[in-house]
Design a protein around this ligand. Structure first.
Ligand code: GLV
Length: 312
């Protein structure tokens, strides 16, 4: 019998069987172990979501790490990442589609005044608000990478006036693309509905703050599926309470799970989602994880390599 391929697994999200079962048929002999098992000492690859500080560095034979998510902040930020290791992340079309669905759903909730109608229903109140025209509604998608570009493109099919922002220059059919600091402010000032899918980096931490909320149009809606730490939560509550912003739909929070006593839960203008807009799915991402494991073990650069300095 050949020796199993030991892979270290650490995730706060899923039990080890979740990934073991998905990878079994794709990589015969694969055996996931936790970092505290003796086999971990010889493992060449770790697959992970949110490893504790020091865990990666404690594995002496590691050649590389695979993030079980598209974002990599939970592996890099505030943690030591040994520079000799290869590092891959997921770029999963299924997750982009899932985010496009969620983005469309939440944008349409604002566009079609869903909350107001559901609330009127509880009062048996037959109210009719004036209609809005999609083509005259500007939706800004902040972050035009593998996911944001699909969200933006999807929204163009509903005829919204879609604009978008990314760090580097991008071009997406039907989307007015901005970049740079000026472009960021233009998007804030122009959007009726702003959807952020930005990665968390030193440059995007706390980027949605009092100054930037003040630049947004009065009555604009704020949707965040990027990372909670991009938002100064007290500033957002302030902007909502002062009636500057119409509402906020949040799939990501500074602290997750959102603490039971957090003001977002009961805030009448905040919709809370439990980080489910685009969940990791071993059914769709298993193959690329298996491929990245093979690449790293063979000393090849994995397909979706992370640029560590850039943070995505
Ligand atoms: C989820 O938040 C991800 O980064 O994939």
């Amino acid at each position: 019998m050949t020796e199993p391929i030991y892979i270290v697994y650490h995730s706060v999200d899923h039990k080890i069987e979740f990934w073991q079962d998905a990878l079994n048929p794709l990589m015969p002999g694969i055996k996931l172990v936790t970092a505290d098992q003796p086999e971990a000492q010889n493992a060449e690859v770790m697959i992970t979501w949110n490893p504790p500080e020091g865990m990666i560095a404690s594995l002496p034979n590691l050649k590389g790490v695979i993030s079980l998510a598209q974002g990599v902040d939970h592996v890099l930020n505030g943690k030591t990442f040994p520079s000799h290791l290869k590092f891959a992340r997921l770029i999963d079309p299924y997750m982009s589609e899932a985010m496009a669905e969620w983005g469309t759903l939440t944008v349409l909730e604002y566009h079609r005044d869903a909350a107001t109608y559901r609330d009127a229903e509880t009062r048996h109140d037959w109210i009719r608000l004036p209609p809005r025209i999609a083509a005259r509604t500007t939706v800004a998608v902040m972050g035009l990478g593998a996911i944001g570009s699909v969200v933006a493109e999807t929204l163009t099919h509903l005829k919204f006036d879609v604009i978008g922002w990314s760090r580097s220059e991008k071009s997406i059919p039907g989307v007015t693309c901005y970049h740079g600091d000026d472009g960021f402010e233009t998007c804030l000032k122009t959007a009726d509905i702003l959807v952020s899918i930005l990665p968390l980096t030193a440059a995007t931490e706390n980027i949605f703050n009092a100054k930037h909320f003040a630049l947004m149009k009065k009555g604009a809606a704020f949707i965040n599926a990027g990372r909670g730490k991009q938002v100064v939560e007290a500033d957002l509550i302030n902007a909502l309470d002062q009636d500057h912003l119409r509402g906020a739909t949040l799939d990501v929070m500074v602290t997750e799970p959102l603490p039971a006593d957090h003001p977002f839960w009961d805030h009448p203008k905040v919709n809370v989602w439990p980080h489910v807009s685009a969940q990791t799915n071993p059914e769709s991402a298993g193959e690329q994880v298996a491929e990245a494991i093979s690449d790293i073990r063979a000393g090849r650069e994995p397909r979706n390599s992370v640029n560590i300095a850039r943070g995505y």
